[in-house]
Design a protein around this ligand. Sequence first.
Ligand code: BDP
Length: 641
Amino acid sequence: MGTQKVMVLHAFVLSVLLFRGCGCAIQDGMLYPRDTETRETKDLSGVWNFRADKSRNRNAGFEEQWFKQSLFRSGGVIDMPVPSSYNDITQDKSLRDFVGWVWYDREFYPPYSWQNLKQRVVLRFQSAHYYTIVWLNGEEIMEHDGGHLPFEIEVTDNLVYGQSNRITAAVNNTLTPHTLPPGTIEYKTNTDKYPAGYFVQDLQMDFFNYAGIHRAVKLYTTPRVYIDDITVISDISASTGLVNYNIKVGGDVDGNDVICQVDLLDKDGKTVSSKKGLQDQLSVSKAHFWWPYTMSNDSAYLYTLKVSISSGGSSDLYRLPVGIRTVKTTNTQILINDKPFYCHGVAKHEDSDFRGKGVDLPLIAKDFNLLKWLGANCFRTSHYPYADEIMDMADRHGIVVIDECPGVGITHLENFSNKSLTHHLEVMEELVRRDKNRPSVIMWSVANEPASEFPQARHYFKSVISHTKQLDPTRPVTFVFNGGMDIERIFDEATEFCDVICLNSYYGWYSDTGHTEVIQLQLEYNLRQWFKKRNKPIIQTEYGAGSIAGIHLNPDMAFSEDYQVEVLQEHFKIFDKLRKEFLVGEMVWNFADFMTAQGTNRVVGNRKGVFTRQRQPKMAAYILREHYLSIINSTSQHSRQ
Ligand code: BDP
């Protein structure tokens, strides 16, 4: 899109995000950038220049073409770490709550060694929230619609060697009825009460709309003929592991044959199986299967798939971690490697102090240590795809993931429009493309608590779920249902398309607040009714209570740590009982306290964490740990077949 067009299109900016919804199937692979003998990466993370466009129509950046020169030349800039959310970095409340375009730029020098005809260079954003336009040396090179997934473009011919190059990115956090998550801009037009032009962003989800360049920005090279994509589907047959692979080659093969060598290496680097050809099956006898975390061993065995291709003098090499495992469901079970698997884990968020949702390796490592300390074996990526670094750790540590797309807050009629649906299908394509090879991902969740009672929800979710199944026929697909209401009064048009029924309910919290004595009765009744209705395995994907760390009350009351403990313990009793029948998982809401929009029912964020936002345990964390350890201890004796 030319600059001229951008300016026109952005003339009324806030109502204007362009979400063009092309409806096109994604063609290219976008393998994670890795250094190999044929590929080099250059991380552009660091301190970038930054300015929020606080002009009244938020459009000065386009009108004045800030991308044409270094950002500092068109006005004041501040330091902004990439990756991070810009919201909590400064002392400026108006930046924390800013809605509209923010601008980033930085300079870099491409190494001379990249300047040869045998290489291509790709610029990749691991994610930026929400809508991003990128320029290289003043020329627009790509845009991306959506907040939590990577996007990239080849820049081989845009780079200039021997001088500095400039990347400019404009990022807009505005949520509209057709974004995921959706939202609306509300113009407050009563000039007796609000200044002229006053508007606010209304959110339909219960978490802060952190924004900015949240994950790394990287340059990476590949040879001209390159491995564009790898799809791996594993299977098991008795003690033999099978790895079906399919390799897509990109670039100008130019009538040359592609020679492909694929080796599967064990942890010691020893080749255990090899094949030639772009598509085939590798077989490993006495294979180490990938198995979820059980406290005692490192069961999450990862092989390495080493793929080498060559064609017409060009060769490429890529190494992909591979776990051998299967996932199946029956009407009462989830089976991993044909053995019953019970999820005992948490629902999470990605945010923490200061950096918002910016990738932070110490935080990621801490969270995995806390998960293991808890005895948790799974989490849901509520309510958006998490960073690759988090998913890598899940693969390595055997923490099972329900991989959720940002389909949260689909609650207004307009959110079910064709435009929204088209975008939702694309987001699922991007998510499956990114995470399809991860052994930790056992299920896709296409949404959280949508208004599935609307008649429109039927077509909408049937389409999203069947599209996801086409993209990946090997994993179950679900969406998470707001299931705490009286089941007789529930109108639900869509859970019948789910392979596993995922329910959120808050007995003793949003209903009958203060009355823990009714939890067991209501929870058991609800779960049994759902099983009767759908005859499918059920996961309790959310339950819990808020507590302010340090508040203790005896007898307990809502918001004390003691009350949170009691709510959890009442739930455990029913989970322990139904685990022997059709319940296949429980996930407390939430792993840690997290930030939300301001509101009278949120005390500086949502306090349902069993850890504080600083990752210190509340009383609830200790009793959850005790409960999970008792599940681990009893699982070996306990057969559900
Ligand atoms: C559930 C939502 C979750 C909220 C939670 C809560 O799925 O996003 O944060 O309620 O209210 O309904 O704490």
